[in-house]
Design a protein. Structure first.
Length: 139
């Protein structure tokens, strides 16, 4: 007498195929989430650069502190925009390598240096980048 149904071998094969497909789909999902986080930070960095430009247009000088951009030019703090999406990262700012507060920012002839953002950093902030991992940057 023949019974309908699946054998144990058939069920094991089906479960194995589903497991392989699940692992593959999960790895693609993880990669897409990480890629989305980096894209959010790239977009937010572009917003911050735009806010720096608008600050300059309004004040005819660049800010010496990124908190000056909030809330007039940015709705959230720069830390919330650039660090929170990645979880762990640091912000670096581009400032003139020689600080002279009396110098017109449009006439600066020296070079520029990238420095970590600190409360003691001096100089008008020209650009922002995000450092993550082992020396990788989002610029």
């Amino acid at each position: 007498m023949s019974r309908g149904g699946f054998t144990l071998i058939e069920l094991i094969v089906v479960v194995a195929v589903i497991a392989i497909l699940s692992v593959t789909a999960y790895s693609y999902y993880q990669d897409s989430i990480e890629s989305a986080r980096f894209n959010v930070v790239r977009q937010n960095r572009a917003l911050t650069q735009d806010a720096l430009g608008r600050y300059f247009q309004s004040n005819l000088s660049y800010p010496t502190d990124l908190h000056a951009l909030t809330p007039t030019y940015l709705s959230q703090s720069v830390e919330e925009l650039l660090i929170v999406p990645l979880g762990s990262a640091s912000i670096e700012v581009q400032i003139p390598d020689t600080y002279n507060p009396s110098t017109n920012p449009m006439q600066h002839t020296g070079g520029f240096a990238w420095v970590p953002i600190t409360s003691t950093q001096k100089g008008q902030i020209r650009a922002v980048r995000v450092k993550y991992g082992a020396g990788s940057y989002i610029e």
